[in-house]
Ligand binder design. Sequence first.
Ligand code: PEP
Ligand code: MG
Length: 407
Amino acid sequence: MPVILAADDLAPSETVQLDKSKILGFITEGGSGSSHTAILARTMGIPAIIGVGDQLKPEYEGREVIVDGGTGNVVVDADEATKARLMAKREELLKRQKLLEQLKGKENITRDGQKIKVFCNIGNPEDVPVVLSNDGGGIGLFRSEFLYLNCSDYPTEDYQFEAYKKVLSDMDGREVVIRTLDIGADKQIDYFDMPKEENPALGNRALRICLNRPEIFKTQLRALYRASAFGKLGIMFPMVTSVWEVKEARKMCELVKKELTEEGKPFADDVQIGIMIETPAAAVMSDRLAKLVDFFSCGTNDLTQYTLACDRQNNDLGRFFNPHHPAVLRLLKMVCDNAHRNGVWVGICGELGADLELTETFLSIGIDELSVSPRSVLPLRQKILETTVSDVKEKILADLLGDENAL
Ligand code: PEP
Ligand code: MG
């Protein structure tokens, strides 16, 4: 029987292995809304209340529980009136979702004709059907590390090739951006045998591991280039801070292409190379980084964490962890301007991309693509269709760049 899973915490490595058909919802004591467990739950479309602290009591085990993912409320042994109210709310929500279905097949275009791509974030090849059923235009972020989290040893080149090939083939010619391995911080994998760190979010993670352990990086890049023959691939590097890192990563791409050519293995010649902008250093250096890549994708989860010096895992930081902070938004504008000056497209793949309060801002600063969890595609399309950018742009930019009292 499906259950609501309550736990002190759920590591991403545990969450990816859960049988989704048996889970109605999650409740965890630890974690936060931008932790990877919350992100995974969003992709799976499972209501999750993350970070309830010591409110979770052992005596709730086996009792009837209602989880309201909209408000973050958990009701134990609801009385009949509460049950009826929450069920009516659920019906209302389902009705609204049904109405949104009318937007399938429509363009993502504002009232005054500005277009923006709406793509999806996924964690494994099985997520593709839900991307297609929600009319996602492509995949803007495939978190490839979830493949690694699902394995008990380093995934081989062939294993990875099959997974990437499946996503590219199933997306049938639509763009697919696959991020190279981004482990470290909350995504720990035993077989990597990484030394324990005092500050893992500032430690050996993502591209840093790949550049220090080229055999792992090369295996993944070989699998990616081989898969590129089956669709429209973009490869993206996470946690960039310096120009030299991108140059070194690109060198590895060249080496892989040379090897595959010598081996007579086919790969596409139009693979785009991009980087995540998720550190303030990358945002500030985006004028130079733009000269090295085809696209930027802004990881606002980490960009918020590093810009505001606020741990994204820590639910107690409350109002200090504010992704709407003008410092974050100004960096996004700077990245957009530097990208466009250099003919590079720019997207947002952090959770902020689906935040409808900021859609007008993203359109005003000229973001080209928003990559969101599949179920956020249609609500976002509705917001885009209702927006007239020319009505709001001037004020939004003045607020963003004007005097400090404006925001
Ligand atoms: C981000 O940091 O915004 C991002 C998209 O990557 P992740 O959440 O996996 O760190
Ligand atoms: Mg990140």
